[in-house]
Design a binder for this molecule. Structure first.
Ligand code: ZN
Length: 199
């Protein structure tokens, strides 16, 4: 049975590397894969999935507002695909996650999504929240904090290394850097961000 998978983690955990390795395993056995990544410049087409260890592969792109059921259906019409791999899944719209789920069920193609769970403010990305709700299988891609504990949170830093606590959930093409931390060290880094009831 085809399934919808969500491989989630924080920044710099090597998600794209795992995606490319998994896709390679199919292709090595003579099976086609279909790679998708977010269209950072909003143009569909010539994307690339890169990894920090230096390998990268051409990929098709998805953009906000695009119907991903239709996109996958059109791709399948041109030839068999053993598995769809989708990177930057945190940028999916909730509607697009539902379209992926429908593609798994009705087109019977497995779809593996790779993405971030929470943003730099500790909030779920809407696409990731929907994947957590709908995915058949979920796997955590682990990385560690400087203290050695599992990193589950991320801080955004400016070019000078100052931790930023406000701003848009998605910044594209900025100079910001991201550091993955355990929750304790994230709380220390961002100050007291705990939501509390008004008294
Ligand atoms: Zn830590």
């Amino acid at each position: 049975m085809a399934k919808l998978y969500f491989h989630y983690s924080t920044m710099n955990a090597g998600k794209s590397t795992l995606l490319l390795q998994a896709s390679h395993n199919y292709r090595e056995r003579g099976m086609e894969t279909y790679l998708l990544t977010f269209a950072f410049d909003n143009r569909a087409g010539d994307g690339k999935i890169g990894s920090r260890i230096g390998i990268d592969t051409e990929a098709d792109t998805f953009a906000p507002g695009e119907d991903l059921f239709d996109k996958i259906k059109k791709r399948l019409a041109t030839g068999a695909v053993a598995c769809v791999f989708l990177d930057e899944a945190q940028f999916l719209e909730p509607e697009q996650v539902w379209q992926l789920a429908r593609a798994v069920d009705d087109l019977r193609v497995p779809i593996m999504c790779y993405g971030l769970r929470v943003d730099f403010q500790g909030k779920l990305f809407p696409g990731s929240a929907t994947l957590l709700a709908l995915a058949d299988e979920m796997r955590e891609v682990r990385t560690i904090c400087h203290c050695g504990k599992k990193a589950t949170m991320v801080v955004r830093q400016d070019a000078a290394g100052n931790v930023l606590t406000d701003g848009e959930q998605v910044v594209i093409g900025g100079n910001e850097a991201y550091v993955s931390l355990c929750r304790k060290h994230w709380r220390e880094a961002v100050g007291d961000r705990e939501p509390r009831r008004a008294r």
